[in-house]
Design a protein around this ligand. Structure first.
Ligand SMILES: [Zn+2]
Length: 120
């Protein structure tokens, strides 16, 4: 997955899930975005830092870690983008086990919707 692929996913998400007003900064690679700490959890595949008042989100995804874990990085990117939607809806609860479990069920569906409808 290249950074270009990721921008395509972001474009689709912005259109399909009402994130047009948001600025979404991507950091794709092993190191996290500048000023953000990702070192605490080596098993982490991605992370999202949404800032509601600024309508800006920074998303980091590590394609290498995804590959090692056998998980499609697009799925992880969808997961992180979903955090932005939930932040906007006021129900964001990042890191909470129950909500993360729900996101885990939703990610493959979002990923599949993107893959089948938007890449052709
Ligand atoms: Zn999450």
């Amino acid at each position: 997955m290249t950074t270009r692929d990721c921008h395509k996913v972001v474009r689709w998400f912005r259109r399909s899930l009402g994130l047009r007003e948001w600025t979404i900064n991507l950091a794709i690679g092993e190191s996290g975005p500048p000023g953000r700490d990702i070192d605490g959890d080596p098993g982490r595949l991605g992370q999202c830092w949404p800032e509601l008042r600024a309508k800006t989100a920074t998303i980091w995804v590590s394609p290498d870690r995804c590959r090692l874990a056998g998980i499609d990085p697009i799925r992880v990117l969808c997961h992180e983008l979903w955090h932005v939607c939930l932040c906007e809806a006021g129900v964001e609860n990042a890191g909470d086990d129950r909500s993360e479990c729900l996101w885990d069920q939703l990610d493959p569906i979002l990923c599949e919707a993107y893959t089948h409808k938007c890449q052709t």
